[in-house]
Ligand binder design. Sequence first.
Ligand code: HEC
Ligand code: HEC
Ligand code: HEC
Ligand code: HEC
Ligand code: HEC
Length: 220
Amino acid sequence: MAQLFRPGANSLLRVALFALLLAPLGLVALMIGLQRTGYVTGQGRFAEQTVPFSHKHHAGELGIDCRFCHVGVETGAKATVPTTQVCMTCHSQMWTNAQMLAPVRQSYASGQPLRWSRVNRVPGYVYFDHHVHVRNGVPCAACHGDMRQMPLTRQATPMTMQWCLDCHRDPEKRLVPADRVTLSKPYEQSIPEDEARRIHAHVVGLQHARRLTDCSTCHR
Ligand code: HEC
Ligand code: HEC
Ligand code: HEC
Ligand code: HEC
Ligand code: HEC
């Protein structure tokens, strides 16, 4: 042994051993870091679509209400995507030759629904319900960003458990009067005093029942 290693080798070995011990810690730190990035949560993600539908054009520039196309959003758990018939209320008369709309016309003629790739999704073991949020003043923009500015639909928020809980612990400042839930910038105007009082009383009631942060609220 003595001939094989120079005197410095001992400390070199110690450094190597130390690095080896630290490696798992580094890996854990890397994984925690990764979990916070869009790479894992999907935040910022787009999906390929057969028809390049633009919210910027339809909801933004043309000003079509979200609920005209997403009919389930105030009545049920799922917001639902519009049927081909909804598109054809306009596109049977306008842009009738556009190549981009060929799949829409084919779907209408054949009766086969259009396939839209999902962008936002929570795992199957999570219970999520749209109408409890929308009907009680949580605006679309709090969870989906300003859709009226999006030419292509993008996942605007992390949609992790931590993200849900951040709002569920203290929802008051995230709530707006019912007529603002579909606005682009629902938080910009101030809230009339009587509305603010009503919202406050509602949140106190929710917190008193303590159910918004119970595991069984979202895992049932
Ligand atoms: C003219 C019909 C129409 C209008 C109006 C409309 N949408 Fe959509 N929306 C669609 C279609 C079609 C899709 C599926 C394609 C896509 O993801 O872009 C969609 C998808 C979405 C998605 C993503 C669904 C997923 O896959 O996760 C969200 C969120 C959404 N819309 C929110 C809104 C909001 C908020 C408004 C109002 C500001 C709105 N939409 C107005 C037609 C519409
Ligand atoms: C209320 C009427 C209306 C409805 C409903 C509607 N559109 Fe449109 N759409 C328009 C108009 C108007 C234009 C042309 C806009 C322009 O370029 O001036 C357009 C343009 C388009 C274009 C061309 C690209 C673009 O955005 O300029 C696509 C693709 C399209 N629509 C897809 C759809 C799909 C898919 C649906 C159903 C989910 C739908 N539209 C529902 C009115 C409508
Ligand atoms: C509290 C957060 C929150 C609010 C507010 C919200 N959404 Fe969503 N949205 C989600 C989540 C989470 C998903 C994924 C749901 C899933 O995987 O089942 C989703 C999915 C969707 C989808 C995909 C199809 C579906 O039925 O799940 C559409 C479309 C949609 N939202 C539209 C809207 C519109 C329009 C509004 C406002 C009127 C709105 N959302 C308000 C969180 C929200
Ligand atoms: C921006 C705020 C906000 C975000 C984000 C949010 N929520 Fe909520 N959520 C609320 C509020 C406020 C209520 C209470 C609505 C009411 O009853 O007045 C609620 C209620 C609920 C309820 C119904 C509770 C019941 O028993 O009636 C479920 C389930 C729920 N949220 C699941 C989720 C999940 C899952 C997520 C994340 C994917 C999420 N929420 C994200 C604000 C939010
Ligand atoms: C407001 C809604 C909400 C509440 C309340 C909630 N969760 Fe979750 N939970 C989620 C969502 C959304 C996910 C999936 C997204 C993710 O993994 O972050 C999730 C994922 C999980 C997972 C999967 C493991 C993981 O991190 O991938 C476990 C385990 C879990 N939750 C346990 C709990 C327990 C225990 C409680 C009560 C202390 C609880 N949850 C309360 C929304 C909630």
